[in-house]
Design a protein around this ligand. Structure first.
Ligand code: HEC
Length: 187
């Protein structure tokens, strides 16, 4: 009983909607879509260009800032170390070591061309027996071990230095020495 009077009302309502809403919605949609087509492509292209620019600019920037050009010729991980950090950490060493060609021995031996050099062979420096008795050639890896814990690496040596405990600092100071003291590939 309740369905009969409702269904014609529903149908009529539907027809009215279709008659009024249909064409009106069609024209306004068309207008809108014309507007969208005429204005949006440019603005969206500009927007996406800006987005791309802002997206691609900061991405390589930090990488370039992280890589120190001074270390560009070194093998990894030294090529990825920070020159500024290496220079800062080397200040600890410079109390006792010079690194320049013909630099003097001071408290410690001159470290020019330390890589590829026989341990304990700086001319004119009076090494401890521990260093004199050692027999190896300095490589970045050997230096890494020496600097991690100088006392344990060669017990009885006279380098009164606690070492460089932070691995990143060690890598950076070794890279600094490689760049400053004439390291060559293979050493
Ligand atoms: C307090 C002084 C002092 C400091 C600081 C110091 N050294 Fe030394 N270093 C010495 C002395 C002294 C020797 C010689 C040790 C011996 O004969 O037992 C030496 C030896 C060395 C050697 C061996 C050289 C060779 O001819 O075989 C290397 C390499 C070295 N030091 C690197 C470093 C680095 C790199 C740093 C900084 C991270 C550093 N040292 C900090 C005093 C120092």
């Amino acid at each position: 009983m309740a369905q009969r009077p409702f269904s014609p009302v529903f149908l009529t309502f539907g027809l009215i909607l279709a008659a009024c809403g249909g064409p009106a919605a069609g024209t306004s949609n068309q207008e809108n879509s014309v507007q969208i087509q005429s204005t949006n492509p440019e603005s969206s292209r500009t927007a996406s260009a800006i987005q791309e620019a802002t997206r691609s600019e900061p991405a390589p920037a930090p990488q370039a800032a992280e890589l120190s050009p001074e270390f560009a010729d070194l093998p990894a991980p030294y090529s990825e170390a920070s020159y500024a950090t290496g220079k800062r950490v080397f200040k600890l060493c410079s109390t006792c070591h010079t690194v320049t060609e013909d630099g003097p021995n001071t408290i410690g031996p001159n470290l020019y061309q330390i890589f590829g050099r026989q341990v304990g062979s700086a001319e004119g420096f009076n090494y401890s027996n521990a260093v004199k008795d050692a027999d190896f050639i300095w490589s970045p890896e050997q230096l890494d071990q020496w600097l991690e814990n100088p006392r344990e690496f060669l017990p009885g040596n006279r380098m009164t230095f606690q070492g460089v405990r932070k691995p990143a600092d060690r890598t950076a100071v070794i890279a600094y020495l490689m760049a400053e003291t004439g390291w060559e590939a293979g050493q």
